[in-house]
Design a protein around this ligand. Sequence first.
Ligand SMILES: [Fe+2]
Length: 295
Amino acid sequence: MPISIRPLHPVFVGEVTGVDVSRPLEPQEVVAIEAGMDKYGVLVFPGQIITDDQQMAFTRNFGAIEDARGGNVTKPQDKRLVTGMNDVSNLGKDGKPLARDSRQRLFNIGNMLWHSDSSFRAIPAKYSLLSARVVNKKGGNTEFADMRAAYDALDDETRAEIADLVCEHSLMYSRGSLGFLDYSEEEKAMFKPVRQRLVRSHPVTGRKSLYLSSHAGAILGMPMPEARMLLRDLNEHATQPKFVYVHKWTLGDLVIWDNRQVMHRVRRYDDSQPRDMRRTTVAGDAPTVAQEAAE
Ligand SMILES: [Fe+2]
């Protein structure tokens, strides 16, 4: 059966059938999925029960797996999953839900803010692939917002105002907005802000999009309150229901999104119940803007 994609939302998101992601793909299947990603920004693959090795092998069809170092407060010895897998579950190494006051858990609550994965890296991520291994009975939906449609809907004056703006992104901005403010010196160095353009163009389609993320906490050359207010306004505009798709997870769903074109967030859920979601990330290939010269 050939790959087929059916739209799930008026402006983005497609559902893919006719492919088994646990097996090596034919080159034309990879081309069809990439083309689907360029068009839809988010693709949902239902019924894909896969292992970590299969998920990583499938991910490599679209580029190198991103080096996850510097993206979390979890210490290497506390990691539940192998290198190459991002753990976005609520589970500790013992397989049980993390304690309420666990630093790891509190840091991960930041995933409930709208963001683009790895926008805090100088070379931000291309795709994220999220596999549902244990799902919540209630809550825990992941929402996606189309940053191309949001850009298209801006008025000309706003587009001109933001065309060349450059933001600073850091995990300390997103977590800081939730009151998570205590970092070791090592973490402060690791989470040092990077620069990202506020408007970016897709390398294949050329389509422009807003590059927003809760990690964005400053705009170069703009007073802080003015910058934060502009970012809040743009986020409010970009996450209107008409630009948002809500994904309710079913066991075995694999969802891929293009971080260059969409934002996402997870919604609250009962944290006493296990939620096992495993992410792989395809590295990006270029910064969106020149970084500060090394000091
Ligand atoms: Fe994320």
